[in-house]
Design a protein around this ligand. Structure first.
Ligand code: DP6
Length: 328
């Protein structure tokens, strides 16, 4: 039996990934930039066992079948092929944050699975190889492999579509205050959404401007220029949601409280509070602020009707092995 356990953090994108050039290889339409989220994590234990008749998956203590299991099996097949091994695996995975409501749990899940499964099969992969591998499980997982502030270059092909750190977690004390406005599972997941992106007449324009937004976002992070990052990240989030809403069929992820926050956050910023919003494929609103403003922002959020709770996270490190199979 060969076993390994890994932890990985989810991430929040400031410049978004939406739409693929190849759905099978998850080669994105454009590059993206994100920050890993410390304190929230997925921990995954993988053991390849000669006696097993099939792969088995337990997610948050519940045996998993259907689509989630098949996605994991396809991913394990890739790792087995790379290692030249045939044994089936038992995969046990837990999140310490709510699944499926705007915090990209698949990012942390496939980053942790890539690290644990490859290590268990004796592969000694570099960070870049791990990021490419994680990408095959979930695009945004490529960005949860390196630490801190991360850019995923779209690349020309499989070999050069991977993510790397552009700054360490210590570089900038930003905080993601996630306003939870709905707890239920989103009706249309990201994988389905990526397939619909090309049906929007706005996707081509969004992709055409992505290089410029990436450069502005990257420079803003490197210079710790909050105002510049705020402007480009809100624009990029709005562009992605415009594509979602004009796809066929259209995807509407917002709740009334999501829109209320999108309207009030720029006003708070004008009033001197350094904060901006960004939303993924879900209704919850990620409010990014400097750590020194987190407390006051939290008290503002407590006043907004429809905000059920908040989750707070600073910049997180890379996906990493942990000593044993003890779960959370
Ligand atoms: C809206 O990585 O979840 O969060 O590759 O199908 O797993 P799959 O999609 P996923 O897409 C993330 C989309 C997003 C934006 C982003 O994180 O860049």
């Amino acid at each position: 039996m060969t076993t390994a356990t890994a932890q990985a953090f989810p991430n929040i994108a400031f410049i978004k990934y939406w739409g693929n050039r190849s759905d099978r290889l998850r080669l994105p339409a454009n590059g993206s930039i994100s920050m890993n989220l410390a304190g929230l994590y997925t921990q995954t234990c993988v053991s390849f066992e000669p006696g097993l008749a099939a792969d088995a998956l337990v997610l948050n203590h519940v045996p998993s079948l259907g689509r989630s299991l098949h996605r994991v099996i396809s991913f394990l097949n890739v790792v087995r092929r790379m290692a030249g091994k045939k044994d089936f695996a038992r995969v046990t995975s837990e999140n310490n944050f709510p699944t499926g409501a705007g915090i990209a749990s698949s990012a942390a899940a496939y980053a942790a699975l890539a690290v644990a499964a490859s290590h268990a099969l004796g592969l000694d992969l570099s960070e870049c190889e791990l990021s490419r591998l994680a990408r095959l499980g979930s695009g945004s997982a490529a960005r949860s492999v390196p630490g801190g502030f991360v850019e995923w270059q779209k690349g020309e092909a499989d070999a050069d579509s991977y993510a790397y750190s552009i700054a360490t977690p210590e570089h900038w004390a930003l905080v993601d205050l996630i306003a939870i406005v709905a707890n239920e599972h989103k009706p249309v997941g990201s994988s389905e959404g990526h397939r619909l992106a090309g049906t929007s007449p706005l996707q081509a324009a969004r992709v055409a401007g992505a290089e410029q937004r990436l450069e502005i976002g990257r420079n803003a992070i490197l210079a710790r220029d909050f105002a510049a990052l705020a402007e480009v990240a809100e624009l990029d989030s709005n562009l992605m949601h415009a594509v979602m809403m004009t796809s066929s069929p259209p995807l509407f992820y917002w709740q009334p409280a999501s829109l209320a926050l999108m309207k009030i956050v720029p006003q708070w910023r004008k009033g001197g509070l350094p904060v901006f919003y960004t939303l993924d494929a879900g209704p919850n609103v990620h409010l990014i602020c400097e750590a020194s403003s987190a407390e006051i922002l939290k008290s503002h959020l407590d006043e907004i009707p429809g905000v059920i709770s908040t989750i707070q996270a600073g910049p997180g490190g890379p996906a990493h092995l942990v000593p044993d199979c003890t779960l959370i």
